[in-house]
Design a protein around this ligand. Structure first.
Ligand code: UDP
Length: 322
């Protein structure tokens, strides 16, 4: 049986990817720092292994990357607050560990499926962004950009290994994936933060004037794209946007969630600097152009925002016993 390693395999997206790969008949190892709560239901599967460990542990990575057919590299620090509070950790995990993993993959000739991010485009104002559009970032003493830069450097490294060492890889860039199992309530991305506030009846903290926009893609649709891309020969050594095109302002998102969940919280506005300190720059608009991916695989997002949001709210409600 062919074996696949999923770093960050007990994280939000990783846990779904492990499920899909097991369904496809692969032997799957999930490597993750976490306690494995998100993959607890897979532990009894005969083709599944969970290794609790860090991608920064080079000898562990060398060991786990022996005799695998493919590696999905998802392990990363992807929490905007951490970009400014612990940039060193962001770069050690997202940049240095990534480069080491790709080096081992190139030595072993193992195909790499790399999770990158829409953050690589920075604050380029010309939305929607095509895969080869410009990256517009701030200065290097602004910690906020360390995540974007780490992921982009990893992309560069993969393109170089593809050119010079014939390493096969696929890179995809997510545009705000959401769904059950995202982050812990109150942490990480905007939805679990708002949901904790809604479920506790607290005020909702919309950052700035709330006019900044995001597009959101439901996890099932994102996973469908990743799996199709990973096994599409023609997609090799390419980068793809994965997202939807309907924009929501963060104020609209708060109102939408309030309605979808029948919540009572009041929506309030809080300055970015009160949350992130000085020097944080938010991305005003973030929209993908997804023409490219459709030229390679038969894919389109199927879950409406209403439906996806309801499922997400239900999940967190149950988890909190609400
Ligand atoms: N946001 C907000 N209130 C919060 C958390 C986030 O208004 O309590 C905003 C954040 O400033 C950003 C957007 O929601 O404009 C999306 O933030 P997220 O942390 O999900 O990640 P990003 O898309 O910025 O990477």
């Amino acid at each position: 049986m062919k074996k696949i390693l999923v770093t960050g395999g007990a994280g939000f997206l990783g846990s779904y990817i492990c499920e899909k790969l097991l369904d496809k008949g692969y032997g799957v190892t999930a490597l993750d720092m976490s306690d494995g709560e998100k993959i607890a239901h897979l532990l009894s599967h005969k083709n599944f292994r969970f290794v609790q460990g860090s991608v920064c542990d080079l000898s562990l990575m060398k060991h786990e990357m022996k005799d695998i057919a493919m590696i999905f590299h998802l392990a990363a620090i992807a929490d905007p607050l951490k970009y400014v509070t612990n940039p060193l950790n962001v770069m050690e995990v997202d940049l240095l560990a990534g480069i080491n993993i790709f080096k081992i993959a190139a030595e072993n000739k193992t195909k790499v499926i790399f999770s990158s991010t829409s953050e690589v485009f920075g604050r380029n104002k010309n939305v929607p962004w095509k895969e080869d559009d410009d990256r517009v970032l701030g200065a290097t003493n602004i910690h906020r950009w360390c995540y974007s830069t780490s992921k982009a450097a990893c992309e560069h490294y993969l393109f170089a290994l593809g050119k010079q060492e014939k390493l096969p890889f696929v890179i995809y860039r997510f545009f705000n994936v959401y769904g059950p199992k995202l982050d812990d309530l109150g942490h990480g991305r905007v939805m679990p933060i708002f949901l904790k506030q809604f479920l506790n009846g607290e005020d909702i903290t919309v950052h700035g004037d709330g006019k900044q926009t995001r597009t959101f893609i439901y996890v099932d649709d994102a996973i469908d794209a990743i799996i199709k891309l990973a096994f599409c020969k023609r997609a090799e050594n390419n980068v793809f946007n994965i997202g939807t095109s309907k924009e929501y302002t963060m104020h609209e998102l708060a109102k939408f969630m309030k309605k979808a969940g029948g919540f009572k919280s009041e929506i309030k506005f809080i300055e970015h600097k009160k949350v992130f300190g000085e020097g944080y720059e938010d991305i005003p608009r973030r929209i993908p152009d997804t023409k490219k991916i459709r030229q390679y695989i038969d894919w389109k997002p199927k879950t409406s925002f209403e439906k996806g949001l309801k499922k997400t709210i239900e999940y967190y409600r149950k988890k909190k016993g609400w």
